[in-house]
Ligand binder design. Structure first.
Ligand code: TRP
Length: 453
């Protein structure tokens, strides 16, 4: 009666799905403005160090846990340890997935709203930044617009997860990820042909080392963590659909490479057009929603650029929301014996309901504050700034110290024997990172984000 657990149909399918989880709003919306504000190439350099030194080692650890246990985060820790504490860490991952999905889908909904505005052309009516900002204000102040788009986005997400690992997530990623890549590279090439675009490259790539301080390094590490979908078992869950034949370190490097490339390409796209039309680059989070419409209104071919840009952004967000819902779904399927389709409908609906107060945080509930934060900011803070680093810390500790490193060594070598035969020092490097470097740095990020450091 029990069907065998699902698996990825191909190696590339797994890599694209995991890269799809990683590539999201974090890459196209957040990375470019962080880089722009924090020293350009100097930030990018620090970011890449964080990805290589912390991100990839923790990614390998997460995928390895999932592949070994063949379960969701809770089931995986139940399989691998008797520690109730660690079962709780798995549970926190599932809860984090639920919460992140609820607010992430609100912003993801805006990307669909902007795509619609781009298609109808109403996005291109604003030639000065103040008008575009006002338009953003009007849209996000409309509770119906926010909630409706949240529902649309959750509906799309549920539609993909509903069809399962191979026919939903893998197939969707195999279509959406290449399309996203082609769109972004096309936009980048076009952006670079515009007059003045090279000033944008200069802004993004000219290193200002004086801007690098401990805050910037922590921001880079936090961004690397969020961007690589680490700390709550999303990559663990995707890893649970792998077989022993798959090469985890090589796949992880691919995932990190794709994630970082998309972030940098998005940065080039955005800053080339921002400079070509003389807009100010350092406005922060509102860059893509408030500055870009003005850019699109002014640049040749801006209408099409706008459509393709927001389409790419929606795709990127969708492959990320899918991975978040999959964690929750896998938990109820593996642990509670639910049917996938029922789990998707029930928990997708509950996430949407939790998202409503976040969607209303920009309008009806904007003055409703808990601990000085709107519901959106609060859920974002609890999940991204607390749960992810705590989860990441204990994942590193588990694989580095508690699981038994001799066993871990054998497990990670399955599918990647040649790599470790050729470069045996990689194993020691990985161990040192998991045992010391990652835990210490993650704790520092955590303490600084709650204002203790
Ligand atoms: N990585 C995605 C982004 O950059 C967001 C995301 C998807 C995520 N799944 C996650 C973040 C799991 C943390 C944990 O937009």
């Amino acid at each position: 009666m029990n069907k065998p657990r699902e698996q990825w149909g191909s190696k590339i399918g797994f890599i694209l799905a995991a890269a799809g989880s990683a590539v999201g709003l974090g890459n196209i919306w957040r990375f470019p403005y962080l880089a722009g504000q924090n020293g350009g190439a100097a930030f990018i350099f620090v970011y890449i160090i964080c990805v290589i030194a912390i991100g990839i080692p923790v990614l390998i650890a997460e995928i390895l846990i999932g592949r070994t246990a063949q379960k969701n985060p809770v089931g995986s820790f139940k399989m691998l340890t008797t520690s109730k504490f660690y079962h709780g860490i798995g549970g926190m991952g599932v809860v984090a997935g639920f919460i992140i999905l609820s607010f992430y889908s609100v912003v993801a909904g805006w990307t669909i709203g902007y795509l619609y505005e781009a298609i109808t052309g109403s996005l291109l009516n604003y030639e000065v930044a103040a008008e575009a900002s006002n338009h953003f204000f009007v849209l996000t102040h409309d509770p119906v617009w926010n909630v409706a788009l949240l529902i649309v986005f959750m509906f799309l997400t549920m539609g993909i997860v509903y069809f399962g690992v191979q026919k939903g997530i893998e197939l969707g990623s195999k279509i959406m990820m290449p399309l996203l890549f082609v769109l972004l590279v096309g936009l980048m090439i076009y952006g670079l042909t515009l007059e003045g675009a090279f000033k944008g490259l200069d802004y993004l790539f000219n290193p200002d080392w004086s801007k690098i301080n401990s805050d910037v390094i922590l921001a880079a590490l936090g961004q690397a963590f969020f961007s690589m979908s680490l700390g709550m078992g999303a990559m663990l869950t995707y890893g649970s659909y792998l077989t022993k034949k798959d090469n985890i370190p090589a796949s992880s490097v691919w995932i990190a490479f794709l994630d970082t490339s998309v972030a940098i390409i998005a940065g080039i796209c955005i800053f080339s057009v921002v400079f070509a039309t003389g807009q100010s680059p350092d406005v922060g989070p509102s860059l893509i929603f408030r500055t870009l419409p003005v850019v699109f209104a002014k640049m040749p071919g801006g209408h099409y650029f706008a459509i393709f840009f927001f389409f790419a952004l929606s795709l990127a967000a969708l492959t990320s929301t899918v991975s978040l819902l999959e964690v929750v779904t896998a938990y109820f399927v593996d642990e509670k014996g639910w049917k996938r389709k029922n789990a998707v409908v029930v928990f997708g609906t509950l996430v949407t309901l939790l998202g409503i107060p976040s969607a209303l945080s920009f309008n009806a509930l904007e003055n409703f504050k808990i601990l000085g934060k709107t519901f959106f900011d609060l859920t974002e803070f609890i999940s991204s700034n607390l749960m992810l680093p705590i989860g990441g810390f204990f994942i590193a500790i588990f694989v580095g110290w508690l699981w038994g490193f001799d066993k871990v060594k054998e497990l990670v070598k399955e599918g990647s024997e040649k790599l470790f035969d050729r470069l045996p020092w990689l194993m020691d490097f990985w161990k040192i990172i998991l045992r010391f470097v990652a835990p210490v740095l993650i704790i520092i990020v955590l303490l600084s984000s709650i204002g203790i450091l």
